[in-house]
Design a binder for this molecule. Structure first.
Ligand SMILES: C[S@@+](CC[C@H](N)C(=O)[O-])C[C@H]1O[C@@H](n2cnc3c(N)ncnc32)[C@H](O)[C@@H]1O
Length: 251
């Protein structure tokens, strides 16, 4: 049987690796990924052929994984966090959809879900995602900025808690400042902002700021930025953040 696992490895620390992902990796003869994430899996991947393709070669990674599986090598394509969230799983389905190669047709695909960066950051500060929330990627590499900007306005109008993925990159730094300025039109300046860097990895840092004091210099490409809604509260003595669901008003 031809088998391709799309494996979510969680945010970094192997303690967050889902049991299903661990079991899938043990089935694989080959795993395909990006170096940093393959390195994090090192303790588990003894004896497994590793295929390391650099950032920017996402399509090649997905195609290689399909081709290896087509040769009846049980293959794992890995992504950090959840492989379905701003990650590799969609590319595999897109290739199946548009390239439709005969040797890929009888590959059985299993998607293994995982813990995404927003869940880790939420768990480390309290319970900010307890009510309606959304995620927005600030990368305009594949999505035009006017679409992203429209979504920021809509999320702010809807008063969602917003998790910003890909807030900056090495070459791209202005989008987060622009997002902040848009949000300030809708949200109060003291809205809590949670900044999680290198979550569950070496040099993890978590900072809590207000929308007004959010400084783009605090943020790099391995950072998740989460902005509260109008009800989100900051218990500043202990640095807990939570978003109430309305139980108090019901009492
Ligand atoms: C291409 S997306 C991948 C998201 C990933 N699939 C997930 O579910 O977390 C990369 C972005 O995710 C966020 N991210 C992923 N892992 C992170 C971590 N360990 N700490 C902080 N942010 C992280 C950052 O915003 C980063 O720019």
């Amino acid at each position: 049987m031809k088998k391709l696992y799309l494996i979510s490895t969680g945010p970094g620390d192997l303690a967050y690796l889902p049991p299903l992902a661990r079991a899938a990796i043990q089935q694989c003869s080959d795993i395909v990924g990006y170096g940093l994430y393959l390195d994090l899996l090192e303790p588990l991947s003894n004896g497994i052929q590793q295929h390391n393709l650099p950032l920017g070669q996402e399509t090649e990674r997905a195609r290689l994984a399909l081709n290896l599986a087509a040769e009846a090598k049980t293959t794992g394509l890995i992504s950090s966090g959840d492989i379905g969230i701003y990650a590799m799983a969609t590319l595999v389905f897109e290739l199946l959809d548009y390239e439709n190669q005969a040797s890929w047709q009888d590959i059985e695909i299993a998607v293994i879900p995982g813990i995404s960066a927003l869940q880790v950051l939420a768990s480390k500060v309290g319970a900010p995602l307890a009510h309606d929330f959304c995620t927005i990627s600030l990368s305009d590499l594949l999505t035009p900025w006017d679409v992203i900007e429209k979504r920021i306005h809509a999320a702010a109008q809807g008063d969602f808690v917003i998790a910003f993925y890909n807030p900056v990159s090495r070459k791209r730094r202005w989008q987060l400042e622009k997002a902040k300025q848009i949000l300030l039109n809708y949200k109060s300046a003291d809205t809590p902002v949670m900044i999680g860097r290198n979550l569950s990895r070496d040099n993890e840092s978590i900072q809590i700021e207000s929308l007004q004091t959010l400084d783009i210099e605090q943020v790099d490409m391995l950072t998740l930025v989460m902005v509260g809604n109008q009800q989100t509260r900051w218990l500043s003595q202990k640095n807990y953040i939570y978003t109430p669901r309305g139980y108090r008003e019901k009492q």
